[in-house]
Design a binder for this molecule. Structure first.
Ligand SMILES: NC(=O)c1ccc[n+]([C@@H]2O[C@H](COP(=O)([O-])OP(=O)(O)OC[C@H]3O[C@@H](n4cnc5c(N)ncnc54)[C@H](O)[C@@H]3O)[C@@H](O)[C@H]2O)c1
Length: 335
């Protein structure tokens, strides 16, 4: 079965996912697109073999020719489209964030629970990265004993001019929050945010930030965001266990030794670093849709939990205080 996918939002990541569904991965065809900018939607559709342009996202979602929906529009529009897809009984892959407020995430969960089956998957692609998957196996196989600490580093060479200081948490660290919950298999209970001496290249951004979090069992987690660090896009992660440590390895395919130096390449940006993870993420989603499973990856609950941590993180950034993180009871649908 070829899954007929409709894409709402044909901006940067929308076009990238359309490329992978059209040219890289088997099992899906992009048959419909919609965007608030109709010229852009038309331009993107013109590059596809068989895609209709719909006047609105709602119209696309309700089209009988669309089996499954990819939401890659602006974050504040996600709730509306995800809820519409659930109402239409269609699997929906929503780029992060699931929604931009806790109440919107809860509303999505309410609708999905009422539908009685998982239809929603959230775009937390790190869970599909081979290195993170290997790191998770070291924890679950018990080879370093029980985790006691996890240090996560998220370093960007630079950020666009519209990047605000809150985005270090809601746009950048959100990936670290999600992948840490997944690696450790537990929720966060508190967060504090410390600002370092500001990087003068970041103008009025408070950059770098160090976030200090606790999990339910007491694991201490740090998340460093440095978004003007120039040298490359460098994603770090190290678990300190009771009997050993495990860290993400450096990325370069070769290690170069010359002129009294040892070096290896650092990715240029997130596209390069996670290109294979995005491919695996969408392939597993297509396979789940084709098999009738609806969604098997990061759930609405994961989107909700990450949003609550982000909200607490932003509050902690402004107050300088430690902020408690409290989640509602997890609906049975999410295991
Ligand atoms: N998982 C990741 O690593 C990752 C990476 C990049 C972006 N994202 C997420 O993907 C989403 C899109 O990001 P982007 O970088 O592609 O942004 P973008 O601005 O390039 O594209 C967003 C598109 O949404 C369209 N849009 C806005 N309102 C709309 C509406 N009501 N209905 C339909 N279309 C609408 C805009 O016209 C634009 O074309 C964001 O939520 C972002 O956080 C995730």
């Amino acid at each position: 079965m070829t899954v007929r996918v409709g894409v709402v939002g044909t901006g940067m990541i929308g076009q990238d996912h359309i490329r992978r569904l059209t040219r890289v991965l088997p099992g899906a065809e992009v048959v419909a697109v919609a965007d608030a900018n109709p010229d852009l939607a038309r331009e993107v559709a013109a590059g596809l073999p068989n895609a209709d342009v719909h006047p609105t996202g709602q119209n696309l979602i309700n089209s009988s020719g669309v089996d499954a929906v990819l939401v890659t529009s602006w974050g504040p529009t996600h709730e509306e489209y995800v809820v519409a897809a659930i109402a239409a009984g269609k699997p929906v892959f929503c780029e992060k964030p699931l929604a931009t407020t806790e109440s919107a995430c809860r509303n999505i969960m309410k609708e999905e629970v009422a539908a009685g089956r998982r239809l929603v998957q959230v775009g937390f692609m790190r869970r599909y990265d081979a290195a993170y998957r290997a790191l998770k196996r070291t924890v679950s196989d018990g080879v370093i004993g029980a985790p006691l600490m996890y240090n996560s580093g998220h370093r960007n060479p630079s950020v666009p001019s519209h990047y605000t200081k809150d985005m270090a948490i809601v746009d950048t660290a959100v990936h670290d929050f999600d992948v840490t919950r997944w690696l450790l298999g537990e929720e966060f209970t508190s967060v504090q945010v410390l600002a370092a001496k500001p990087n003068s290249l970041g103008e009025d951004l408070q950059d770098p930030l160090l976030m200090v979090l606790r999990t339910e069992s007491g694991v201490l987690v740090t998340v460093e965001t440095s978004v003007n660090i120039r040298y490359g896009y460098d994603i770090r992660g190290e678990i300190i266990g009771e009997t050993g440590t495990a860290a993400l390895a450096d990325r370069g395919p070769v290690v170069l030794r010359r002129d009294n130096q040892v070096s290896t390449a650092v990715p240029v940006d997130w596209r390069e670093r996670f290109v294979a993870a995005y491919d695996t993420e969408l392939q597993e989603w297509i396979d789940a849709v084709a098999s009738g499973a609806g969604a098997t990856g990061p759930s609405s609950w994961d989107g909700y939990a990450a949003q609550v941590v982000c909200d607490a993180g932003v509050a902690a950034l402004y107050s300088g205080e430690r902020v408690d993180i409290e989640l509602i009871e997890k609906p049975d649908l999410y295991g």
